[in-house]
Structure formats: C-alpha cells, structure tokens
Write a protein that binds this ligand. Structure first.
Ligand code: TRP
Ligand code: ZN
Length: 882
C-alpha cells in the first residue's frame, strides 16, 4: 500500500476529546510470542457531548481477542475493530462506562521499537509519541490523563524484575514458576508516559532525601553483569535532583525513581513517569569504556529526563504541536544544568555548535518548520533540532529579556497554574506576561515562523560629537509554505571595547538598551552611544543571545583583539572560530578555481597565543583549536558545494596549525599528559581534550616525534578518551595503513564483547574521506557485528557516514548516495522511525554542485517511488524532494 496520501494533521483542527479516561487497569502476561494484555478502561463522557456519541479508539497493528462493555461481552455488530482502530458506534448513554479489551502481541517480532518489544531478552516499552496504541486500543492523545494500575505476570527465571510506573503495591509468587507485581501510579498521565519492563536485570541502587525530607529509592536497572557501569549515571541523577530543587524549586514526587537501560532504543531516553527508559549508551560508562564526551552526554540526558518530571509530566502537552513546550524547555533546563556543573563558556560553545550544525541547516532546507509546527503527517518526524534546540533558544531568549529573577517567578507561576494539566505554548507565555508585566505578542511569532533570521549590523563614529552609532537591520527569507515573514524581537547581548581590549561603559538614551542587551524589535533600528573618544570595537551577540545569523563586517585585526580580550568567553571563541571559518571559505573558493591561499599568519599567531594563554582553561583552548567542520564550511557557502575542495582547504589549515605549533605543541602535549597525573577529574577532562585536539595537527604536519608520541599514547592509554584521541590521528593524519589497521584491530579484539565500544569502532572508520571511504563502509556493512536492527549500530556507521564524512558520502559519482539509499530502504522495512531520521541527513542535497545534486535527486526519487514505504520515510522523502 502506498502511504503517500497519509492524512495531514493540523493544529487548527484541534478538538478536545469527547470522552476522557479516568482509570486504567492493565493485566499483562508477558510472553515473547503471545503476550496478553487485558485492559479495563473507565470512560467518562465530557460535558456538552451528546449521549451516544461514537467512541473511536486508536490502535496500531493490534490483534483483538475479546471485548466487553460494562461486564457484557459484545456482539460483532456492536463494534468495529481493525488493527488501526476500535469503534463503538453507539456507546452507552450513561455518563460513565467500562470497556474491557483483550489484545495479543508478539514482542519479539516488534522491530519498530515502539510499543512493547524485547531488547536483548528484556521486555520494555516506548510509548511516545503514539506507541501505547500498539499495546491496547486507547484514546492515545496527550490531553487524556488517567490513573494507571498495572499487573505484570511473567516467568520467574526469565523475568525476575517486573516494573511499571509509580509505586509497587503488591507482588508475589504463582504456580509454574511464575510471579506477578502490581504497580500503581497515582499521578494522572497521558498514555505516552506509560512504561513497563520485565527481565533479568541487575540493579545499581541509592537513596535520595528531598528538600522536604521525603525519602526516595533510586534504582538503575541494567543488563546482567553491568551494574557497576551505572555508578556515574546514579551520581548524575542525584545532582539533577538537587539542581531542580535549588534552581527551579521542584521536588521529586514518588517514593521510587527507576531507570532501565536497554541496548535497542530509537532515541536517547524516555521520561516515563517514575520509570525512565534509556538507551544504554547514555547510562553505561567507565573511563575504560566511555569517553569524556560520553560522560558529559550521560549527565545531560539523565538531567533532561529527570527534569521532564515537571516540564512534561506534571505539566504535559495538549497536543503534539505543543511538543516544544516540554522539549524546548527541558533542553534549556538540561543546558543550564550542565553549564552550572561544568564550564559555562565551554557548554555554550558546544550548544551553539550543535544548534548551527543541526538546526540551522534544517531551517534553511526543505524540512524547515516552525518551533511549533502547524501540520504533520507522522509525528515521529517532528522530534527535530528545531523543536528541541531552537525551542531551547526561545526559552533562553525569554530568560534574557525578563532577567533571572522574573524568569524564576514566571516558571513558579507556570507550575502553580498548570500542574496536572495538558498545556499549550500560550499558557507558558502568559505566565511570563503576568509576572514580568510585558506583552509577548510579538515574541510569540518566534514559535510560528520557520527560518533563521539575519541581523546585519553597520556602524559609524563621529569624532566631533564622540557618538558611535549601530545600525541594525533584521530580515528573514521565505521558507517552504511560509512566504511572508514578520519582525521578531531579538535580544542582542553586547559590549563595547577600546583598542586595548578594555570594556567601555555604555552610555545611551536608547530605550532599546537595558544593561548589556539591545532588544531589536523593528525591521531597522539604530542605537547611538555617547561619550566615546575613539571608534569602539563592538562585541555583538555575546553568549549567542539569539538564534540568528549575524552579519557584521569585522576587520581581522579586531577579531584578533576580541579573541584575546573580549570579556565574554563565548565571543572570544567565536572571534577565532569565525576567523577560521572565513579563511576556510576563501580557500575553498580559491581551490575550486584551481588556486590555493597562503596560511594567514595573523590567525595562526592569535591561535597560538590562545593555546599558550595561562589564564584560559584547557577545555576552552581545545574548543578554540577545533576548527570549523567541513559541514560548517559547506553550510556557510550554501550552494554549489564541492566537498573535495573543502576537504583540501581544511587539511591545509590543519597542517598550517601543526607547523605553527611545532615543537612547542609537542612539548605541550607531553606536559599536559604529566599534569593529568595530579589533576582532579574535571581538570583532567579538559586537559585530555586539549592534548587530543593538538595531537592530530602535529601528526598531520609531520612534526618530528609526533607520530611516535601518538603511537606511544595509543598503546599506553588507560582511558577510552585517550585511546580514541590517539587512534584518530593514526587513522587520519598519517598514511601508513599498517599502523592504522593494527591500531584498529587492537581496539576490536580488546572490546569485542562491548557493543558500545564496537559502535565506536564502526564510527571511527565511517569518516574515512574521499573514494576510499565508501569501500571501507561497504565492507563494514557486511561485517558480522553490523546490524540494521540495532539503532546504535546502524547509526554508528550510517549516521556518521552521512553526517560526518563530507567527501566520502558526497562523492561526485553518486555512489555514496546509492549505497545510503539502499540501506535506508532496508531499514525502512524494519524500523521506519530510524530510516526516516537517517534519511533527513540527505535533505540538503540541493546545496551541492550540480553533478552531485543530480545523483542525490535520483536516489531520493527512487526511494520516494518504492512500494510499501513507511509513512515516516515517505513524508521525509516527499518533503526533501520539495
Ligand atoms: N521524550 C523523549 C525525550 O526527549 C524523546 C523520545 C524518546 C522519543 N524516545 C522516543 C520520541 C521515541 C519519539 C519516539 O527525552
Ligand atoms: Zn525530552
């Protein structure tokens, strides 16, 4: 069946449900092939709804076994059941009635990883967004909140652990080696927050006492033998609980908080009430198996899911168009959590990198949509960088506009007003309007307009009056389906500096300026500053205070000055990184016309100065030294992209940096390695990241002794961070294949039994550039440990290939696209959500030069015309083709 014509769901057609559900009882008999689900649902007709109004319940691939209403088994004429729906045409006239339904599922056959499935023999569920309807017929929409009681029954040997949301109220042994557990969740919740788990799991436990002295049991369940690997995650959970109490005044609200880690999972993790389910990649860690970046992600995602308990669960979303209400806000909360616990500047740099590499292209391409979309065909396709990352930026801008005190008051009010409700974006904004006494009508446009606005800044100085003027203009190009764009308010955090890098006092009569923020809320605006002796150097968009493109024609000299003196660390980084980006763009263009640029001494000198600046932390220096990715350069060039030219330009700059660092760089690496011996964990992380950023440059520039040092560091590495930090240059920065292959084999042999490390082994090879890349990737795709059923494994090869290997994927002969399309089509038959998500990595095909774009279009068209394509993939491919 062609799914091309799947109906479009629209925000403007939202209607409240005719019936609500007060109470749900589920009785579950777990079995790999025939799990039986008995549901008993108490319905209540909503006020104003006519008695006898049909009741339509959602289903998805369901098999109905029996159905009864108020205790009476129904006749075939009294209902209509298909795998997708259950309809009672004439339900009872009474206000309340009880429906009992039995369905049968086969968890082992469920490869979509939505609903109830098995991961390595562990039963688990994923219900967001529309997975509950794969378990039983239901009003599977987020504005139907019910109280759940769940009785799980299973074999005692296969499933000694039985979990569901809330508190366990009863358990016991049964005949035939079976047992049961009953869980009750007192908090009314939408079905997408339902979860249950059964399996043979080990547990890492701890306790937490809330601010008001409530005791909470904390458990992290993992596959057997892996309990110790959950200790870092447990620490992160406790830090999250403390942080939410201190920063938002939010306490945990059940006696137990359970987390289960599974190895097959479509996304990062899921915030099910009292029973989070995680991709085990974001739980399991030890220094030997996980990198420092992994540890950082674990902390952030543990925080994210925990923070959802208030922003998502206690206050949920009325409909899926409001997704940013929980996701944008919760991402902002996890970002601030990480910023408070780690280096704020380094965190902000990383957040902006993610925003620019993931969200900006989305906003500039065929899938552009607003933070609150207006229409969708498949909701799974709207868990996007725009909803998550740009959604978080909108919250950040609100916080900047009202200031920290009013921000806290506004969130307090939001929690007080809407606790227990399914809310909309307007409710969120109203809490800010009412506390800060401001009008957010204009701000609300940010939620409805796709595309990244540009602010263009021009400045002038009048010597005679001492006045300095900034002329600012905002613009926003049309996006698919949205021609006319309106003005949005843009908070521009800024400062003025003198030529020695000192911060100047801000004197202005402009009402648009308060403290260090210009609120730019017109199409054009000019702001005048007074009392200046000479033309100042502006530092604009400090901390990346708004998700916009900033155009300001800055001299290289002032970039260097800001790189050394800007009091905003984020902007110090931006000055250098922006400088490098300009160099790479220029050199790429030269190379396209057969020339090449000389190394830019001014830039190199500034970069070296930063590298050896005693006042800066190593983690920051590492960020400064990490030049823009090929994708960054491609995005900025925007059209006619030739990946090979970008690759050559980047390589030339890397060699130039290596040569500039030379022996001092080598000495620094050795010195940093020694410092690690005496550093604490946070410092050591920064030091490792700096050393590992420098090493590839030295090897690439063939600095004497660099390759030998790298080999030595690889064989003596005691952490995964250092192992991969040395492996990378061995693979990519020197040309002896024997060295590279031996290093890879060593990693493989040592970690064969550790799937999360084997993922890394696949990933690191997926970046092999140029025409050699595809050959290796094809070989890996027939490796016995490769699998399209395990999302982490498929992503480790395909995701990294398409997103991170510019020259290998975007080959001129189109063979990269062809291989990728074949893989997507194979995955689509197994797991449509995964296929669709991977396919989005081809969205920007139109940016590439003609030959490549033609090949990409051909492959996309081939996918689009395939019979039996899933709704997920069909929607993405149709939109990509435009
Ligand atoms: N709500 C989850 C989060 O952001 C997202 C999520 C997890 C999800 N698994 C999913 C979304 C499966 C759609 C489908 O934390
Ligand atoms: Zn989330």
């Amino acid at each position: 069946m062609r799914t091309q014509n799947a109906p479009t769901i629209r925000l403007k057609n939202y209607t409240p449900p005719a019936y609500t559900i007060e109470d749900v009882e589920l009785k579950v008999q777990l079995d790999p092939h025939t799990t039986q689900i008995k549901s008993k649902i108490s319905f209540s007709r909503e006020r104003g709804i006519k008695a006898g109004t049909p009741l339509c319940l959602d289903g998805d691939e369901l098999k109905l076994i029996s159905i009864s209403l108020d205790g009476r088994e129904l006749d075939h004429q009294e209902y209509k059941a298909t795998p997708q729906a259950l309809v009672l045409r004439t339900p009872p006239k009474t206000k309340k009635f009880i429906l009992e339904v039995v369905t049968e599922l086969a968890p082992v056959e469920n490869k979509k990883l939505m609903g109830l499935y098995q991961s390595n023999g562990v039963y688990c569920t994923q219900c967001e967004a529309e997975g509950f309807r794969r378990i039983t017929y239901f009003l599977d929409r987020p504005d139907v909140l019910a109280v759940y009681t769940v009785r799980l029954e299973a074999d005692r040997t296969d499933c000694p652990i039985l979990l569901a949301n809330g508190n366990r109220i009863k358990c016991g042994k049964l005949a035939n080696n079976r047992h049961y557990a009953i869980w009750h969740d007192p908090h009314p919740k939408p079905s997408y927050l339902f979860a249950m788990v059964g399996g043979d799991l080990d547990v890492y436990s701890d306790k937490f006492k809330t601010a008001s002295n409530r005791k909470v049991d904390l458990n992290i369940y993992v596959e057997t033998g892996k309990a110790e690997l959950a200790s870092y995650a447990m620490g992160a959970l406790k830090r999250s609980m403390v942080w939410d109490e201190e920063v938002y005044g939010r306490e945990y609200d059940l006696d137990v908080f359970n987390i289960v880690a599974v190895s097959d999972f479509n996304m990062g993790a899921m915030e099910n009430k009292g029973l989070n389910v995680f991709n085990d990649k974001y739980i399991l860690a030890s220094p030997d198996l996980a990198t420092d970046t992994d540890f950082m992600h674990i902390e952030a995602i543990i925080g994210h899911e925990y923070f959802h308990n208030w922003t998502g669960n206690r206050i949920t979303c009325r409909d899926w168009f409001q997704l940013c209400l929980k996701e944008g806000l919760t991402v902002y909360r996890d970002q601030e959590f990480s910023a408070d616990l780690r280096s704020r500047a380094v965190q902000r740099i990383q957040q902006v990198r993610i925003l620019k590499s993931g969200q900006f292209p989305e906003d500039a391409g065929p899938l552009a949509h607003s933070v609150r979309p207006e229409a969708y065909r498949e909701i799974n396709n709207f868990y996007t960088a725009t909803v998550y990352q740009k959604g978080a930026e909108l919250v950040r801008m609100l916080a900047t506009i009202v200031g920290p005190k009013a921000y806290r008051k506004a969130t307090d009010l939001y929690f007080k007003r809407h606790d227990g409700e399914a809310a909309v974006v307007e409710d969120w904004l109203k809490s800010f309007e009412d506390t800060a006494k401001i009008d957010l009508t204009q701000f609300s446009r940010w939620y409805g307009q796709a595309g990244t606005p540009t602010i263009e800044v021009k400045d002038s100085f009048d010597k005679n009056t001492g006045r300095y003027k900034l002329n600012i203009e905002q613009s926003l190009k049309p996006t698919p389906g949205q021609k006319n764009k309106r003005i949005v308010p843009i908070p521009i955090r800024f400062g003025l500096m003198d030529r020695d890098g000192n911060e100047l006092p801000i004197v202005t009569k402009s009402k648009a300026v308060s403290n260090d923020v210009i609120l730019m809320d017109k199409r054009v605006m000019s702001v005048t500053f007074e009392g200046l002796e000479a033309k100042p150097i502006p530092s604009l968009l400090r901390g990346f205070s708004a998700p916009v493109h900033l155009k300001y024609n800055e001299s290289d000299k002032s970039k260097v000055l800001r790189a050394q003196h800007d009091k905003d660390l984020y902007n110090r980084w931006e000055a250098l990184n922006g400088y490098a980006l300009q160099l790479l763009i220029k050199d790429t263009k030269s190379r396209i016309s057969g020339k090449k640029n000389k190394p830019d001494e001014r830039f190199l000198t500034a970069l070296i100065a930063t590298t050896f600046d005693e006042t800066l932390e190593p983690a920051f220096k590492a960020q400064a030294l990490a030049i823009p990715s090929g994708q960054d350069v491609a995005r900025e060039i925007g059209k006619g992209i030739d990946p090979d030219a970008i690759y050559e330009a980047r390589k030339a700059l890397q060699i130039a940096i290596g040569k500039a660092l030379e022996n001092d760089g080598l000495k620094l690496v050795v010195q940093l390695r020694n410092q690690i011996q005496v550093a604490d964990e946070a410092e050591a992380t920064g030091i490792r990241s700096l050393a590992n950023t420098i090493l590839p440059y030295l090897v690439l520039a063939k600095i004497n002794g660099a390759l030998e040092l790298t080999q030595k560091l690889y064989s003596s590495a005691t952490t995964m961070t250092d192992r991969l930090g040395a492996l990378h240059p061995l693979l990519y920065c020197q040309s002896d294949n024997a060295i590279a292959n031996a290093a890879l084999d060593k990693l493989f042999k040592r970690y064969r039994k550790y799937p999360l490390v084997i993922d890394k082994w696949f990933s690191i090879q997926a970046s092999l550039p140029g025409n050699k890349g595809l050959k290796r990737i094809k070989e890996l795709s027939s490796h016995p440990l490769y699998s399209l059923e395990n999302p982490n494994r498929a992503r480790s090869l395909l995701g990294v290939f398409a997103a991170g290997n510019l020259s290998g994927f975007h080959r001129a002969d189109g063979k990269g696209y062809k291989f990728y399309a074949d893989q997507i089509l194979a995955i689509d038959k197994i797991n449509p959500q995964l296929a669709a998500r991977l396919l989005t990595l081809m969205n920007n095909w139109k940016m590439f030069e003609k030959q490549r774009a033609t090949h990409a279009k051909r492959e996309l068209t081939r996918i689009a015309k395939t019979n039996g394509l899933s709704r997920d993939t069909q929607e993405i491919v149709d939109r990509a083709l435009g």
